[in-house]
Structures are given as structure tokens and as C-alpha cells.
Design a protein around this ligand. Structure first.
Ligand code: G4P
Length: 534
């Protein structure tokens, strides 16, 4: 039998119950608080506050996070799995600061949906908009949570209009707030005809839910004071007239976003949002790959690396590659083929990140995220299969827009510096170029704060003070082409040639004119501002 929505046979239940998503938001909108409450409702933690506590512990473990603390930004990302009723939720964390957006963009290739959290008083902020655009490029379904309704927020229609206008997406209210700020009572659940009342006394309590028969139900008056009830009736009537009703197909296509109103800190609206993820989530989706797409219910296991995190445990200097399972049923100990090198890899100690700790993953299904500890074999963009030469596509690499020269404070430590830089290049945290002439390395990043993060990580993780200095170059282009043309080009442009961490040739310059000249003089060569990740 075919699923009416997708026209495909239904997925096996173990896969169909998985929901893999990320939260996108502007810093301070409440992403951490919401994550905490997800885990609370998922029964993964007993008491809210542990996510933050865990964050603190991680920070003390690795002092590099001090910077994160000082600046109030989140640099590292991780994945968390927890159950919600019959569903398995995999939440992939995204760093919030715009300078780390490369990482965030890649993370978004590993999820099937995104939760957009906005602050009810601030509406759509710059970072929300940027991240939204990435989701849009991938037609990801987006569910919206309008947070902090317990504070003075904007008018509900105004918020909805702003989302529709700034993001060019249809918005349908899944709930409607009753009062706001100090008067915020709760919400009218537009999808299930329920009244949800917020409990201000207990921030960790599930909201009280009262079944009612439409807005004329006399029971409403028992819970909502007359002036708020009148406003609610008026607004909901207007909303039903002016705004579209929920259309699951449009939500799945990323053309419509349902919006829930709530207060994460008061645990309010969170359960309804989670029910929404379960219902509209969607289940694991097919993955684009070369030479063919991968369907989640294929028997064979496939997965791809979307993130590499080094030094998660400073004692072990390990690296963890985060693998999104694209298909099949993985079991611990399986031998998979590392497609890039064609080598077999026994995956003997994969980890899953359950709320409070990492655990050995005995099994994983399409949709899950597992971490594979390794010594550098696994890179972003790598595909693992049971033998077939498949390569997952669409993992973006960004043109480094800012270039700086980096030198070790102690010139004797140049080798150590090289090692540290190679590690960050493999993590995807920066592009590293070794010029053919002269000493030092040139580092390319997308946002200026990345230089500071790198300097601080190199010092803390490798005990190596470094200096970043202005580089004479401002642009980098990868160059490919037939060997004879490449040799001629490299010989004639020695001052401008560098190699990246894979040994590929890069042309460095400060003039667009130079790039045009090369393109004109060497028609056989291709110059690109980015390189496929792998
Ligand atoms: P982020 O991860 O998106 O950056 O946001 P985070 O959850 O850290 O929340 C940012 C601030 O907003 C925090 O306050 C948090 O307590 C507060 N907050 C989150 N949800 C709500 C809500 O529903 N209502 C209200 N009124 N505040 C909310 P903080 O003072 O910066 O940190 P903290 O001292 O409370 O930890």
C-alpha cells in the first residue's frame, strides 16, 4: 500500500518513528531553554537545568569554551537523542553565532526539519533570517515557536505578518496566545480545540489542558476573564478568515510554517510543539547522492559525515565524526566501506548522545546520528556504505572571505602549528593554505570571529601561542585542469601558489584582475571559490 502523502510504500516502523531536526534562532531567543524542556518532556532528564549544567562541565573540561562563556555564544555543536511517546527525536544542535554559520549550514544537511525559535518581542532577527534562507534552499519543513510570551510581546498578527513578509512563507497559527506579558494565561490550541493554561508556579510542569467545544463553550468563561475572552474570540475569528488553515503538504514542502506561541522557561507550549514535530516532522527523507538517491528504507546501511569535532575529550585527543544514517539498520561492529578511500572500516565503538552523556550505540536506524571516534580518517562529506560507491552530495563548502597569515609565537614550533592547523582544516573550521614560497600558513575563514576562536583553541589544545597578521592576499581560488596546463600555470605564478590541506593547488591574490587574467590566459583551467567537501 502506498502512503497517500508521499506516494511511496510506508517506511518500516523503526524508521518511520524517527524525527531528526535542528533548532534555528538568533542568539538569546531561547534555544537552550527550549532544548532543555524538550529533554524534560522526553523524560531524558529529571529536571530542567541539566543541559546548562552539562554545558558548564564541558566548558571547564575545555577552557577554550571560556570564550564562549565570555561572549555568550555557543561554539560547539552536538546531537542529542530522546524518546517522546512512540517517537525517537534526534535533535542536532547548531551554533548560534553568525561566524560559525559554515558549521550550521552543514548541520542543516543532516536534518529533515528545522524548528525556528523567535522572541515574541523581537520577531524575525538577522541570524534567524540567514538560517531560514539555508533551510529554504533545501526546502526543509519549518515549524515556528514564538517564545517569551510571558513578557511584553508584539501583537500576534504583527508577528505573523512579519514572518510572512520577511521570510516569504505562509504562516498558519497552530495555537493562539491569550493575553501577554503579565496577563499571559496560555493558548487556545487551534489544531485540537483545547485550552492550554500556563502554570506560573511550577516552571517544570506540563501545562493544564482543558478540552472545550469551540470558542462558544461556556467552560471557557471559567478559565478566561471576560476581557481576554472577548479579545480571543475576535482574534481567532479574524485569524481563521485571514490566515490559511494548516496544509500538511505545504508544510512538508517548506512553503508553510505552523506557529506555536509559548514560554520555554515556563515549559509552556513545548509539548504542543513536540506533538507538532511528531505529526509534521517529517519522517527520515531520501538523501541526494551520486550516482543515485538513497532511500531511508534500503536494506543496506549508508551514512555521511556532516561534522567532525576534535578534542571533545582533551585527555584522549580523539576526534568524533558525526554520521547521519541515510538508510538501513546499523549494528555495532559492522564493517562499512569508506567510499573516498575505498577502505573497509569496522565501526566498533560508535556513540549516541543521549541527553546527559554519550553511550555506545548498539544499533542505529536511518535518521539517527551516531558519533564515530577516529584518528582523522573521517572527514566532512565522507560517505560510508556496505560496499556501493555512493557519494552523498549537497554538503556545502564556503569560499573563505577573509585571509590572514598565522605564525607560531615560537618559530621552533612551526611543525606543531602545522599539525594543529591541519586538524582544524579537517574539522572544516577553517581553510588552511601553505604558500609555495615563504614560511607561515594562510588561514581563510568566513567570519572574523573564527580567527579568535582558532587562536584560542590552538593555544589551549596545543599549548601554542599564535599570531594572526594581515595577509598580502584577499582572495583564494582552487585551480584544476589538465596536468600540462597546471604545470605551466604553477611555474609562471609561483608567488601566488599555495596548497590546501589535501594538497590541492590554490591561487592566492588580492586583485580580481589577476583572476580574470588567469581565466583568460589559461582557458583549460577552472578556478573555483569553493571546493566540494570531502
Ligand atoms: P539561546 O540559547 O537562544 O541563546 O537562549 P537561552 O535559552 O539561553 O535564553 C536566553 C535568555 O532568555 C535566558 O535568560 C533565558 O532564561 C531567557 N528565556 C528563555 N525562554 C524564556 C521565556 O519563555 N520567557 C522569559 N521571560 N525568558 C526566557 P538569561 O538571563 O540570559 O539567562 P539565565 O540567567 O536565565 O540562564
Amino acid at each position: 500500500m502506498l502512503d497517500t502523502a508521499t506516494n511511496r510504500p510506508p517506511l518500516p516502523p523503526e524508521i518511520a518513528r524517527r524525527r531528526t531536526f535542528a533548532i534555528i534562532s538568533h542568539p538569546d531567543a531561547g534555544k537552550t531553554t527550549l532544548t532543555e524542556k524538550f529533554l524534560l518532556y522526553g523524560g531524558a532528564i529529571q529536571m530542567a537545568g541539566q543541559v546548562r549544567a552539562k554545558g558548564e562541565a564541558r566548558r571547564t573540561r575545555s577552557d577554550f569554551m571560556k570564550m564562549e562563556q565570555d561572549r555568550g555564544i555557543s561554539v560547539s555543536a552536538s546531537a542529542m537523542s530522546f524518546d517522546f511517546g512512540p517517537y525517537r527525536f534526534n535533535l542536532v544542535d547548531t551554533p548560534g553565532h553568525s561566524d560559525f554559520s559554515e558549521d550550521t549550514y552543514r548541520t542543516l544537511t543532516a536534518v529533515d526539519a528545522a524548528i525556528m525559535v523567535i522572541d515574541g518581542a523581537k520577531g524575525v532577527e538577522s541570524q534567524t533570517q540567514k538560517l531560514f534562507e539555508v533551510c529554504r534552499m533545501r526546502d526543509l519543513p519549518i515549524l515556528t515557536f514564538c517564545n517569551k510570551m510571558d513578557r511584553e510581546a508584539r501583537d500576534t498578527f504583527e508577528i505573523i505578518d512579519e514572518i510572512q513578509e520577511m521570510l516569504a512563507i505562509h504562516v498558519t497559527p497552530a495555537s493562539w496566545p491569550i493575553g501577554m506579558g503579565r496577563d499571559f494565561l496560555g493558548c487556545y490550541d487551534m489544531l485540537n480545540n483545547r485550552l492550554e493554561l500556563m502554570d506560573r508556579a511550577d516552571r517544570n510542569k506540563v501545562a493544564e489542558s482543558i478540552r472545550i467545544e469551540g470558542l462558544d463553550d461556556p467552560k471557557l468563561a471559567d478559565h478566561v476573564p471576560p476581557h481576554l475572552l472577548e479579545k480571543l474570540r475576535e482574534e481567532v475569528e479574524m485569524a481563521r478568515e485571514l490566515l490559511p488553515a494548516i496544509d500538511p503538504d505545504e508544510v512538508a514542502a517548506g512553503m508553510m510554517t505552523p506557529i506555536w506561541f509559548g514560554s520555554a522557561i515556563n515549559s509552556f507550549g513545548v509539548k504542543e510543539l513536540m506533538d507538532g514535530i511528531a505529526k509534521y516532522g517529517p519522517e527520515p527523507q531520501p538523501q541526494s547522492a551520486e550516482p543515485r538517491q538513497i532511500a531511508p528504507d534500503e536494506k543496506n546501511v549508508t551514512g555521511f559525515v556532516f561534522k567532525v569535532q576534535a578534542n571533545m575529550d582533551a585527555k584522549h585527543r580523539d576526534r568524533v565524526a558525526f554520521l547521519r544514517m541515510a538508510s538501513g539498520h546499523f549494528k555495532r561492529g559492522m564493517k562499512l566501506t569508506h567510499v573516498r578511500t575505498k577502505k573497509p572500516m569496522a565501526i566498533s565503538s560508535p556513540v549516541m548522545f543521549l541527553a546527559s552523556d554519550r553511550e555506545l550505540a548498539e544499533e542505529a536506524w536511518a535518521g539517527d546520528i551516531i558519533g564515530i571516534p577516529n584518528h582523522g580518517q573521517l572527514r566532512i562529506g565522507d560517505t560510508l556504505t556496505e560496499g556501493e560507491a555512493l557519494r552523498v552530495t549537497g554538503i556545502p563548502s564556503f569560499a573563505p572571505e577573509l585571509l590572514q597569515t598565522v605564525r607560531a609565537g615560537d618559530p621552533m614550533k612551526a611543525k606543531h602549528l602545522e599539525k594543529a592547523l591541519m586538524q582544524f582544516a579537517e574539522e572544516g573550521a577553517a581553510k588552511v593554505f601553505k604558500p609555495g614560497i615563504g614560511s607561515g600558513f594562510i588561514v581563510g575563514v568566513v567570519g572574523p570571529l573564527q580567527f579568535e576562536v582558532l587562536a584560542s583553541r590552538i593555544e589551549l589544545e596545543y599549548g601554542l601561542p599564535v599570531r594572526f597578521e594581515a595577509s598580502q592576499f584577499t582572495s583564494a581560488r582552487w585551480v584544476t585542469g589538465p596536468k600540462a596546463a597546471m604545470d605551466k600555470f604553477v611555474n609562471a605564478n609561483k608567488q601566488h601558489i599555495a596548497h590546501d590541506h589535501d594538497g590541492d593547488v590554490v591561487f592566492l591574490t588580492r586583485l580580481q584582475w589577476d583572476i580574470d587574467r588567469i581565466e583568460r590566459d589559461y582557458p583549460d583551467l577552472t578556478l573555483t571559490a569553493t571546493k566540494e567537501m570531502h
